[in-house]
Design a protein around this ligand. Structure first.
Ligand code: ADP
Ligand code: MG
Length: 569
């Protein structure tokens, strides 16, 4: 018992909340429990929007996506050990994707944990978190909360963004200190992501390499989308006049129907180009590390805009690195190339346009088909139209075939309107992404989900219904992982390892929580259901029945599966 007037005191709970608010944190993605239940309650009471999820992994994915969408750290809050570990997957995902996120987890009593005396949910969380994130901190004293939160925010945003772990021992929350002293101890972070200009030599080197290109190509990555330098990026791409490929979450940075967009001629431009200009994109597995058959046999020169100097030369030698932030690098390059830039030859750009148009024309009839049961293309033709008519919609997407085919069929017309499985290709990000998209943008969300991917996060439809979010989920239900028609090779009555309950009615799950659930079997029915969902903005789940024989093993990345000699013999 403290012998002072509580009105002159503050405590760890309130200092933490005040520190977050002071730094512009408006939303917490939360799962309540010991020791952070009251922290969530009080944060809500103090005006932070606290959204409680059913599983920490989804709350964490939402925080990660919020980081990508807002350029501010998305905050996830969890209980100790198991809740922390669930959230850690998302923290690692945020770090891998270079998105700012802070995972705040309550932890057990330090004295007991460190002596391994078997506390409630005992775990050395700080040590466990450290290898999976950009930085990890623990706050032990109430008077350090201001600095601790400031460090977490700066570490998450500055340079290459990433995930930060903040360990909050339960005892910290109850610590008290003088309210005036407490307020003085808070820190507002100044300029957490300072502009980072490339040096003049680096700029002129890049211009020389670009000038020497005969068959140039730009690759836009999600770093360029994250940077929110949309006008500058567009100006640079258009001034250079190069064909460009958007990586999946850079789709819409320039509209997908832009005349320079080479998505529909991807194989051609990767193979034939002689100079590749990477803007906020890494030459990782998603680009076959910049080598191999798909990249053609002639040597290429690379130019790369990148915030993290260590990324340069990670897979291929980079002839002209531009280390800096996207906005500053684009500005510097635009100044250096001036207004009379020589655009690439019509031989190159015309050939690509021809290929793009031919491929789009070839695809068109498949998107109109009325096959029964529906295939992916028939369903996606409807969704492509829905997005084209409602370009502010955020498209969330995960699955194998549901992912690959949606990415190539559905055009995105505005920046940061596509959230998907990211660098790892994680299944189960969909509902977290959908919640964050609705909460952070206020826009309608369309989540195109494989039935398998949805299974990893499906319980969050209760969260979506509870907060009445404008989310329309379309489950591409082909009864299984990759396909729904695989056969058990043992002859027992178990289904094959990749097959689910046939004809499952995911729409009925949505109805259980008061949402709208619709079962559709034709493109027309799908069209009606999506149109109604967009008009009403009600939480909606559409179970789209897809041919179990549609879809291929691992979608477009089947080549990553190891092959068995024994099985082939
Ligand atoms: P994609 O998967 O779309 O190709 P990646 O995640 O591989 O994109 O690459 C994004 C890159 O962008 C990362 O290397 C990251 O360091 C970089 N990046 C992130 N933010 C910025 C920024 N503001 N300026 C420059 N580069 C950035
Ligand atoms: Mg499936």
């Amino acid at each position: 018992a403290v012998d002072v007037d509580p009105l002159t005191l503050t405590d760890g709970f309130h200092l933490l909340i005040d520190a977050l608010k002071l730094n512009g944190i408006e939303t917490i993605y939360n799962v309540p429990g010991i020791p952070i239940t009251d922290l969530g309650r009080y944060a809500q009471g103090e005006g932070i929007r606290v959204l409680s999820f059913r599983h920490e992994q989804s709350a964490g994915y939402a925080a990660a996506a919020a980081g990508f969408l807002t350029k501010k750290p998305g905050v996830c809050m969890t209980v100790s050990a198991p809740g922390f570990l669930n959230g850690l997957t998302a923290l690692a995902h945020a770090t891998t994707n270079c998105w700012p996120m802070i995972l705040i987890s309550g932890s057990s009593e330090r004295e007991i944990v460190d002596l391994q005396q078997g506390d409630y949910e005992e775990m050395d969380q700080l040590a466990v978190a450290r290898p999976h994130c950009k930085a990890a901190y623990r706050i032990l004293h109430a008077e350090d909360i201001g600095i601790g939160v400031a460090r977490a925010i700066r570490a998450a945003i500055t340079g290459r963004p990433g995930g930060v772990y903040l360990d909050i021992p339960g005892a910290l929350l109850g610590q008290v200190m003088d309210a005036v002293e407490g307020e003085k101890s808070l820190v507002k972070v100044v300029d957490p992501a300072p502009a980072h200009f490339p040096g003049p030599d680096a700029v002129s080197r890049a211009v020389e390499v670009l000038k020497s290109a005969k068959k140039p190509l730009i690759i836009l990555g999600k770093g360029a989308a994250y940077a929110q330098a949309d006008e500058k990026v567009r100006e640079l791409v258009e001034r250079l006049g190069y064909p460009y490929l958007p990586m999946s979450m850079a789709k819409g940075l320039l509209p997908d129907n832009h005349p320079q967009c080479a998505s529909a001629a991807r194989s051609l431009v990767l193979k034939e180009s002689d100079c590749v200009f990477l803007i906020g994109a890494r030459l990782n597995w998603l680009l076959s590390h910049g080598k191999g058959k798909g990249w053609g046999s002639d040597p290429k020169k690379f130019v790369q805009i990148e915030i993290d100097p260590k990324e340069i030369d990670s897979n291929q030698p980079i002839a002209a690195p531009l280390v800096g932030d996207i906005e500053s690098c684009c500005t510097a390059l635009l100044e250096a190339i001036g207004d009379d830039w020589q655009k690439p030859s019509e031989d190159w750009t015309g050939m690509i346009r021809g290929k793009v148009e031919a491929n789009i024309a070839k695809m068109a009839p498949r998107l109109q088909n009325n096959s029964n049961p529906m295939d992916y293309h028939a369903a996606l033709g409807v969704l492509k139209k829905a997005i084209a008519e409602n370009p502010d919609t955020v498209l969330v997407n995960e699955g194998a075939n549901a992912l690959d085919l949606t990415r190539s069929v559905v055009d995105v017309m505005k920046p940061r309107k596509r959230l998907d499985v990211g660098t790892w290709g994680i299944m189960g990000v969909g509902m977290g992404n959908a919640v964050a998209a609705a909460v952070e943008t206020g826009c309608q969300v369309l989540a195109v989900e494989g039935d398998s991917a949805f299974g990893f996060c499906g319980m969050e439809i209760e969260t979506i219904c509870r907060y009445k979010l404008p989310v329309c989920i379309v489950i591409m239900n082909n009864n299984g992982i990759y396909r729904g028609d695989d056969v058990n090779r043992s002859g027992t009555s178990d289904p094959a390892t990749t097959v689910f309950v046939p004809d499952a009615r995911y729409d009925q799950m949505m109805q259980a929580f008061g949402g709208v659930g619709v079962n559709v079997k034709t493109p027309d029915e799908l069209n009606t259901a999506v149109t109604e969902a967009f008009a009403s903005r009600k939480p909606t789940l559409i179970n789209a029945v897809i041919d179990p024989a549609a879809g291929k093993e691992s979608g477009n990345i089947g080549s990553l599966n190891p092959q068995s000699i024994v099985a082939q013999a």
